[in-house]
Ligand binder design. Structure first.
Ligand code: PEP
Length: 249
């Protein structure tokens, strides 16, 4: 059984003051012991976040990384640099990266390899657009994105990823997949992972993302194949985020 993980994705939001606020809040609450919590912050806040949050049990992550270890790549950031600043996780293949920055499955695979090479845990994001769902292609799209990465990795590498199912139509829209809709896709992902190995299916954390908030988290997290959440908007309000973390226990 995979441990629950709640990861907040700040996107291009937040501030040093907000990190301080999260640090103070997490220092005073008691979360269910089995729940892992991560905050995925913009690059400039990584060092501060790692310093303030690691001691209160919150893991820090980045939102993307270069597929190269170093080079003449102005504006890019390598996995080693993220590690040096205290990041332990990194999002790869978020739908905003896929659509706005044209990252295809090959680009996603390159970044996954770069993350694994330096010991970062990649959170591989998968999800269909509304058009693909309406065309009945949800499973084909999501499993295709999964296989584009997992088929290319070796047995050990596959065990080092977290997977996040994020229907594109539910991200930042306020429109959440119903628990049943989400569970159906999570179950398909789990079955595909079992196809690689039963241990992989059992142990891989599969998160749901897409307008998760305090009011709907418990119902989503109660589904048998939903192991946690990737939370955007609601991770910017400390009380909302804490409530989601509490409901994962
Ligand atoms: C996300 O950015 O991964 C996300 C799920 O955003 P939101 O919760 O705002 O839909």
């Amino acid at each position: 059984m995979a441990k629950p993980l709640i990861a907040g994705n700040w996107k291009m939001h937040g501030s040093l003051a907000l990190i301080e606020e999260f640090g103070r809040a997490f220092a005073t609450v008691e979360l269910p012991a089995e729940v892992e919590v991560a905050l995925i912050v913009p690059f400039p806040y990584l060092a501060q976040a790692a310093q303030k949050l690691a001691s209160v049990g919150v893991c820090v992550g980045a939102q993307t990384l270069s597929d190269q270890p170093s080079g003449a790549l102005t504006g890019e950031v390598s996995g080693d640099m993220l590690r040096e600043l205290g990041a332990r996780m990194v999002l790869v293949g978020h739908s905003e990266r896929r659509s706005l920055f044209h990252e295809d499955d090959q680009a996603v695979l390159g970044r996954i390899r770069a993350a694994l090479a330096v010991g970062l845990t990649p959170i591989l994001c998968l999800g269909e657009t509304l058009e693909q769902r309406d065309d009945d292609r949800t499973e084909a799209v999501v499993l295709g994105q999964l296989e584009a990465v997992f088929d290319a990795l070796d047995v050990d590498e596959r065990t080092r990823l977290v997977v996040a199912y994020e229907p594109v139509w539910a991200i930042g829209t306020g429109r959440t997949a119903t628990p049943e809709q989400a569970q159906a896709v999570h179950s398909a992902i789990r079955q595909r992972l079992v196809g690689y190995s039963s241990a992989l299916g059992e142990n891989t954390q599969i998160l749901y993302g897409g307008s998760m908030k305090a009011a709907n988290a418990a119902d989503l997290l109660a589904q048998p194949d939903i192991d946690g959440g990737l939370v955007g908007g609601a991770s910017l309000q400390v009380d909302d985020f804490l409530a989601i973390c509490q409901s994962a226990g």
